[in-house]
Design a protein around this ligand. Structure first.
Ligand code: TRP
Length: 383
């Protein structure tokens, strides 16, 4: 069994299983994406990192009939420190934007972080703009991408707030309690927030992009923990006369300490951060990456390592693009021929240039570039 399925077993919070009627991204669907786009499917698809979906077949049906769609994803800017796991949905979204050639909206939920964390609104807004730089550094097309902070955009858009109140009118307190576990003592900001995350799923929230056209189909790539918001959205959509957004879900990104431990942006050792130096990357991986290797070299040679729990191997499935090399490493590690230190070395040599290249691209992202991405405007796309 592959690790991203195996480790959901027996976990109390088994989000990584198919739940609430989502569908598995199987070989047929991946082949269809390949036929529709004429591109080799991204390794996140080939390796089951994006593993579940809702209505992707409908997106492809429409696309094959020359009907386009738009992409929507987002990030809650909880701190300045982003780690490599935060990039997964963005790396994949960038690929989708490229191969399908579609517009993209990115929501920065600074309002959400203000409501949930101990943080001022000013700070949340500042983090939104800082995080935007890391997101832009993933390579999004400036002519086809609109990034917005809720705190900014809600006040200026003629369509966004209309959709928010429509959603608010059709979801009861009972329903959000059931979905998100809110209690009577949660502030009303939290209780109404799901409507704000729902609204960008409807094209009329962006009149400047869609030229006033409503009902343009939306596709949302996101980590599986965001699914509750969009189950709610899909439930409401027909009642407010809008199409249901389609979804592509990714697995959780594992902490260095192991897939079962909780990742924390405030613990610098829990992952590799986008600001890490080559030396920090090396030390962290050597010191903290949970090993599926054996206790002694003799035992390791005899019984081999376990790729299903080895975090260095897991990270390589995310970041080493070469399929043949990954398979060789898996074989060699499992047979005991390759030692943990050697596997870690491969990961270090994979991550160091990747992070350095990100830092280089981020440096090019000036405040002016951020401002351009974040200005409500027409995008280079006709529906
Ligand atoms: N709530 C998400 C977070 O905390 C941010 C978010 C808003 C998002 N809209 C989204 C994520 C759409 C994925 C897709 O990170």
């Amino acid at each position: 069994m592959q690790w991203w399925r195996a480790r959901s077993k027996g976990r109390q919070n088994s989000f990584q299983e198919l739940r609430f009627g989502s569908s598995k991204i199987d070989t047929d669907l991946i082949n269809r994406i390949e036929r529709a786009t004429g591109q080799k499917p991204h390794h996140f698809l080939r390796r089951g990192i994006f593993f579940s979906h809702r209505d992707m077949d409908q997106i492809l049906d429409a696309y094959e009939n020359k009907k386009s769609f738009y992409l929507y994803t987002g990030r809650g800017p909880s701190s300045q420190a982003m780690h490599v796991g935060h990039l997964i949905p963005f790396m994949f979204t960038k690929w989708l934007q490229e191969v399908f050639d579609v517009p993209l909206v990115i929501q920065l939920t600074d309002d959400e972080k203000y409501l949930w964390k101990d943080m001022t609104v000013e700070k949340a807004y500042e983090y939104a703009k800082e995080n935007a730089k890391d997101i832009i550094a993933c390579g999004f097309d400036i002519n086809k991408t609109f990034i917005f902070s809720d705190l900014d955009y809600l006040g200026t858009s003629p369509g966004f707030y209309k959709n928010i109140v429509k959603v608010q009118k059709h979801v009861t307190f009972n329903q959000v309690k059931g979905i998100f576990g809110f209690t009577d003592s949660d502030c009303i900001g939290k209780i109404s927030f799901p409507a704000i995350q729902a609204a960008p799923s409807f094209s009329s929230s962006f009149p400047q992009i869609f030229n006033g056209k409503e009902n343009i189909q939306c596709l949302i790539p996101c980590a599986i923990d965001q699914d509750p918001y969009f189950r709610m959205t899909r439930d409401v959509a027909p009642r407010i006369g809008q199409p249901k957004p389609a979804l592509l879900h990714s697995v959780f990104f594992p902490a260095l300490q192991g897939a079962q431990t909780k990742m924390s942006a405030s613990d610098p050792n829990s992952s590799i951060f986008l600001t890490d130096t080559p030396k920090q990357i090396k030390t962290k991986i050597n010191k903290h990456a949970f090993s599926g290797g054996r206790d002694t070299i003799e035992e390791h040679r005899k019984y081999g390592g376990n790729c299903d729990v080895d975090v260095s191997f897991m990270y390589l499935t995310f970041f080493l693009e070469d399929d043949d090399r990954l398979e060789q490493l898996k074989q060699a590690y499992t047979s005991g021929e390759l030692l943990t230190g050697e596997l870690k070395k491969v990961l270090i040599e994979t991550m160091q240039p990747l992070i350095a290249a990100h830092q280089e691209r981020r440096k090019q992202v000036t405040d002016e570039v951020v401002k351009q991405f974040m200005t409500p405007r027409k995008l280079a796309f006709e529906f």
